[in-house]
Design a protein around this ligand. Sequence first.
Ligand code: UDP
Ligand code: MG
Length: 316
Amino acid sequence: MDISVVIPLYNEAESLPELASWIERVMSENNFSYEILFINDGSRDNSVEVIRGLQASNPYIHCVSFSRNYGKSPALDTGFARAKGDVVITMDADLQDSPDEIPELYRMITVEGYDLVSGWKKKRYDPLSKTIPTKLFNATARKVSGIHNLHDFNCGLKAYKRDVVKHIEVYGDMHRYIPYLAKNAGYGKIGEKVVHHQARKYGVSKFGLDRFVNGYLDLASLWFQTKFGIKPMHFFGLLGSLMFLIGFVAVVTVLILKIVAMNSDTFVFYLTKSVYFYLSLTFMVLGVQFFCTGFIGELITRNSVERRNYLIAEEF
Ligand code: UDP
Ligand code: MG
C-alpha cells in the first residue's frame, strides 16, 4: 500500500464528507493505493455515523473510535500503530489542510528520501492571537531541538516513512514536537514543504491559549528526557554536588569564624546572625536532596524496559 492517511478528529462531522471525497479524488488521480484512518477522539456529535456512511461507498475508509476524548496525540499514536502504507500522512479533519499536497509530500519521502516532511503554513488563516505566539513557540522549539530548518513544528499536515511512525510514541500533548521525537529516535532527515492553509470552515478550534503554556512545559520535559533520560545522575548529581560544596564551604567558614571568636576578646560572632550559617543549612539540604533524586532516577531507568531500545541502522 502506498499511503495511509491518518486523521484525528473531535467533533468535525460537517467537514468529513468533503474531506473524504477530496482525498479520494487526489488518490485516484494519482493512482495511489491507500487507506484513510479516521481516529475519532471521543466526538460528541455524529462524526462516527458520518464516517460509517462514508465507508459504505469507500472500503478504504476505516475508523477507530475512542470511548472518550483523549487528545490529539493519543489519536495520532493509535493511527500510527495501525498504518500500513509505505508513507504515512497526517492531516487535521477540519479542512484547514489541503489533500492536494499529498502527491508532493509522497514524492519527497519516496524519491528525495526524507524520513519526515512537515508542512509549513507560511500564509496562515488563523487569528492573530494564535499566529504571534506560534512564531515564538517555533523559534524556541528550533533552538531546543536543534532542528533548525523547520518553521512550523505543529503543522497537522505531515508525511512520514512508515518506519518512523512505528518507532515514535506520541503521548500527552507531544504531537507538537513530533519532528523532535523523530530526531531522537534516530530519523534525522527532516524536511519542510510550504503548504496551503485555509480558515476553519466548520466548527471551532479545539485548543485554547493554554496550548502555549503546556507547549513550553512539554518542550522542557522533552529536552530533559533527551539529554538526561537514561542518565539522570549526570544532571542531579552535578547539581547536588555543586550545592553540597557551597554548603560545605559555608559550614567551614562558620566554624572558623566561631573558633576565632571563641579565642578572641574583641571579635564577637553570633552563629544565627551569620549569612553563612543559613547558606550552609539550605545548600547542604538541597544538595543532598538533588543527589538522592538523581539516585532514585538512576534506579528507575535501570528498571525501565526502554533503556536498551537502540535503533540500529545496519548490522553486518
Ligand atoms: N483534535 C482531536 N482531539 C482533540 C483536539 C483536536 O482529535 O482533543 C483534532 C481536531 O478534530 C482536528 C485536529 O485535531 O482534526 C486539529 O485541531 P484544531 O483544528 O482544533 O486545532 P488548530 O487548527 O486550531 O490548531
Ligand atoms: Mg484546525
